[in-house]
Ligand binder design. Structure first.
Ligand SMILES: Nc1nc2c(ncn2[C@@H]2O[C@H](COP(=O)(O)OP(=O)(O)OP(=O)(O)O)[C@@H](O)[C@H]2O)c(=O)[nH]1
Length: 205
């Protein structure tokens, strides 16, 4: 059984809880209590594999921009960074969040961010009040090597389901790659150790 940990990050009121609850229950719930951090659990099956999914939905009210520098960034295997397409400041905040994830989780030596990220422009139904063009979201995602999707938690389920499925698949790949690499470098150092011990002995015989 795989354990997958995701975190939703973004400005207050961008619809993080709405997006997550839409994915988990297929329903849109208009208002949520937003004065506490929430951790959601769900068992899923993707590509025939059973998963335990934990999703952290931090409370923007209490955390503000600080939340990014605290636990979620170190804890999560993947991120959903949400902004509201009808609220430019939330997009600017998303830029800052991506930057902070990059700084915290960049792979040493490779210079690549080590976690899969999905950038989400929510409230697409409010496009008459749009303040952020889809193209801006797309190029920000490109710059940060992350997936991009505009959605409406209030109107649609499928796009939200697709983006979580994409993210979970990426996380599974990534975790597998990391554990393979650890195993490989572990066996390489074991081979080195054996070589050192027995190699030296052979020389002295
Ligand atoms: N029109 C529209 N409203 C939405 C959408 N998604 C969420 N909302 C509304 O936006 C408001 C904030 O939604 P939340 O899901 O509580 O946002 P949040 O980012 O979790 O908020 P905090 O927990 O305060 O950070 C609520 O009034 C929702 O009903 C959407 O896709 N379209």
């Amino acid at each position: 059984m795989n354990d997958i940990k995701l975190a939703l990050l973004g400005s207050e009121g961008t619809g993080k809880s709405a997006v997550l609850v839409r994915f988990l229950t297929k329903r849109f719930i208009g208002e949520y209590a937003s004065n506490a951090n929430s951790l959601y659990h769900k068992r899923l099956s993707i590509d025939g594999r059973q998963l335990n999914l934990d999703v952290f939905d931090p409370c923007s009210e209490s955390a503000g921009s600080r939340c990014i520098t605290e636990e979620p960034v170190d804890w999560a295997d993947g991120f959903v960074v949400v902004y509201n397409i009808s609220d430019r400041p939330s997009f600017l905040h998303a830029i800052g969040i991506l930057q902070q994830i990059k700084e915290a989780r960049v792979e040493p030596y490779k210079g690549e961010t080590e976690v899969p990220i999905c950038l989400v422009g929510n409230k697409q139904d409010l496009c008459h009040a749009r303040q952020v063009e889809a193209e801006e979201g797309r190029s920000l995602a490109l710059e940060n090597k992350c997936h991009f999707q505009e959605v409406s938690a209030s109107e649609g389920y499928q796009e939200i389901a697709n983006l979580f499925t994409w993210l979970i698949r990426q996380v599974m790949e990534h975790l597998k790659y990391r554990s393979d690499r650890r195993r490989y470098s572990g066996s390489k150092s074991m081979a080195k150790l054996i070589n050192n011990v027995f190699g030296k002995r052979r020389k002295s015989v």
